[in-house]
Design a protein around this ligand. Structure first.
Ligand SMILES: [Zn+2]
Ligand SMILES: [Zn+2]
Length: 356
């Protein structure tokens, strides 16, 4: 009896896993393990938030938005001008976080602080239907979204003093989407984001030590280990990362080593669109339509110094984070996130759900 109690006392309740790229530790709290289906809480229905009635994206221009910068129809064909057949349109954000010409860097110093004017741009990629998000798109419809991202990414990258182009999609109130209507955002900003800077430094360190891309190494190991793959096609692979920061986190990597999002060909764009819509579809079915964020991580840009050529060690990818937990005191105070399901079990659960 005594022996049994002693054994229970030393039972592992959690394990810490370290990300070789960011250097961050996460906690996989297996001792608090829940069954995969207990994460399927779906999002909290809020009729006023979800209502189509006052939605400004039903008819963006009638709601006072500028005419679109770019329009695609549902067959992913670029349209010369806006018509009734639009499926995806890109407009300038009416309430931008970054705006104005960026011909030079507007820096000043205030006491011990550095202040940089928020020059850059902030655009919105609006999907046509109020209740149809990327997970329910056809292959061509999803392709229109990736085309829109990439076309804007390539244009904004050429602007002076843009250091990073951030592409992200918030879905649901819990994920911080102010509007329910499906939309993504694209921001061109004058600094390299800290998260990206740390990952660049981490992947460079690995490259210097081993002369290999850490991401390519991780992908090769995931294929061999075969426990955390959610979906794969010819050009892309979706996995629940070994070092997941949240339950059901998913990353989608191009199989071909590329540091920047900018260089995809037509075929790859199609496969990327499929990987994204199918992965989101699995997540939606598995977790009963959860709120989520996804974003693209790619190498920074510095057109003045052609800096984007300086990151051969980086490997662009998409990160999907469903809202399965909130940051509380431990996470905020330590920067260590706790995930309550093993990524191996999350991936196994996601694989069960078929999306065509
Ligand atoms: Zn709407
Ligand atoms: Zn790579």
């Amino acid at each position: 009896m005594k022996k049994k109690i002693a054994k229970q006392l030393v039972k592992n309740v959690s394990e810490l896993r370290r990300d070789p790229v960011s250097g961050d530790w996460v906690v996989i709290a297996t001792g608090r393990a829940k069954r995969p289906n207990t994460f399927a809480q779906g999002h909290q229905h809020d009729p006023a938030y979800e209502s189509k009635e006052n939605c400004p994206f039903e008819n963006p221009q009638v709601s006072g938005n500028d005419k679109p910068i770019l329009v695609f129809d549902h067959k992913a064909r670029e349209m010369g001008k806006l018509s009734q057949d639009w499926f995806v349109q890109v407009i300038p954000n009416r309430f931008p976080a970054f705006a104005g010409p960026s011909v030079k860097r507007y820096v000043k110093h205030v006491g011990p602080y550095t202040v940089l004017e928020g020059r850059g741009s902030h655009e919105v990629v609006i999907m046509r239907e109020h209740t149809k998000n990327i997970s329910s798109f056809s292959s061509l419809e999803a392709r229109a979204v990736i085309y829109a991202y990439m076309a804007r990414f390539n244009i904004l990258s050429l602007r002076p003093n843009v250091r990073y182009v951030s592409i992200f999609h918030n879905f649901g109130k819990e994920a911080g989407a102010s509007l329910y209507h499906p939309h993504s955002q694209i921001m061109a900003i004058p600094v390299v984001p800290p998260d990206v800077a740390r990952s660049l430094a981490g992947s460079q360190r690995y490259f210097q030590e081993k002369s290999k891309c850490v991401h390519c190494e991780m992908i090769a190991w995931e294929k061999k280990d075969n426990q955390r793959i959610v979906f794969e096609n010819e050009h892309f692979i979706a996995i629940c990362p070994f070092v997941s920061r949240a339950a059901f986190e998913i990353r989608i990597f191009p199989k071909k080593h590329e540091s920047s999002f900018k260089d995809m060909g037509d075929e790859e764009i199609g496969k990327c669109a499929d990987a994204l819509r199918i992965t989101l579809g699995k997540l939606e079915k598995a977790l009963a339509n959860p709120d989520y964020n996804f974003f693209i991580h790619t190498s920074p840009i510095n057109i003045e110094s052609l800096e984007s050529h300086f990151y051969p060690h980086y490997h662009w990818h998409i990160e999907i984070l469903p809202k399965t937990a909130i940051w509380a005191g431990f996470e905020l105070g330590t920067g260590i996130e706790i995930s309550t399901i093993k990524p191996e079990n999350a991936a196994k659960f996601l694989r069960k759900f078929n999306v065509s």
